[in-house]
Ligand binder design. Structure first.
Ligand code: DGL
Length: 271
């Protein structure tokens, strides 16, 4: 038994798609979430900067006595994880492998769409793993730099002309390739899953990396014998690097619970 919290981080709200599933799958686990909202988006930055930010995020989380880290950010998982994971002595899980495993399981026509941030798409990390797992797969990818800022600004609803225009613009070439599976390679994108799903149509399965990662975390805790005690009441805390209010409202809405008293602000400069 190990009741220490799990540390989860993203550049902003996107990692909550992992938190939501973690709460559902692992209701006894404490979670400390960091959203680096002062520096979002990460996805257009250089690899060096993303690695630097990731190290600061992890330094903050490991200032608590945590037992594992979930990188609930496609950009950090694709661009920094390989470089930094060896430097920590607790398990670190990224979102790429869980998403790819799901995609290769569900695709029938082996035509897989992939969208993500510029850094994630340029890294080739998803493509490499898909082709390892399914060498016959055809992958059609697109970087979507405007989606994260739109989501962070609350432009997430069906009928919102800005998000609908951006989604159709980015996804048209992928849709034309008749994919049957679309990896939402950035954890922010499931927050606009309705809009993306409407555009892609019924025959396309959307894969949410954050949600897929929860099952991996469950296995990891079991394998390392570090699951929390059954039946205990879990605590969830949230940290942001910019305004508490905006994040609290959006997170409460998305997680369907009032988290307003549980959000604090942190300065990562000292980490
Ligand atoms: N949720 C992050 C990801 O999965 C967003 C990246 C960004 O901040 O640009 O890639």
């Amino acid at each position: 038994m190990d009741n220490r919290p799990i540390g989860v981080f993203d550049s902003g709200l996107g990692g909550l798609t992992a938190v939501q599933k973690l709460m559902e799958t692992l209701p006894n686990e404490d979670i400390i979430y960091l959203g680096d909202t002062g520096r979002v988006p990460y996805g257009g930055r250089s690899r060096e900067t993303i690695i630097k930010y990731a190290r600061q995020d992890i330094a903050f989380l490991t200032s608590f006595d945590i037992k594992a880290i979930v990188i609930a950010c496609g950009t950090v998982s694709t661009t920094a994880l390989g470089e930094i994971e060896k430097d920590y002595d607790i398990p670190i899980v990224g979102v790429v492998r869980p998403a790819v495993e799901r995609a290769v399981q569900v695709t029938k026509n082996k035509r897989i769409g992939l969208i993500g941030t510029v850094a994630s798409i340029n890294s080739g990390a998803y493509d490499k793993l898909i082709l390892q797992r399914l060498p016959e797969a055809e992958i059609f990818s697109a970087a979507c730099p405007l989606l994260v800022p739109l989501v962070e600004n609350g432009r997430i609803s069906r009928g919102d002309i800005m998000i609908e225009t951006a989604v159709s613009e980015y996804l048209a070439p992928i849709k034309a390739r008749k994919v049957d599976t679309l990896i939402l390679g950035c954890t922010h994108y499931p927050l606009i899953g309705d809009v993306i799903g409407d555009y892609m149509g019924e025959g396309v399965t959307l894969v949410s990396p954050g949600a897929e990662t929860a099952a991996y975390v469950e296995q990891l805790l079991k394998k390392n014998d570090i699951s929390a005690e059954k039946g205990r009441r879990a605590a969830h805390r949230y940290f942001v690097t910019d305004s508490i209010e905006g994040f609290s409202n959006a997170a409460s809405l998305f997680l369907n619970q009032d988290v307003r008293g549980e959000v604090s602000k942190v300065d990562l400069n000292s980490f």
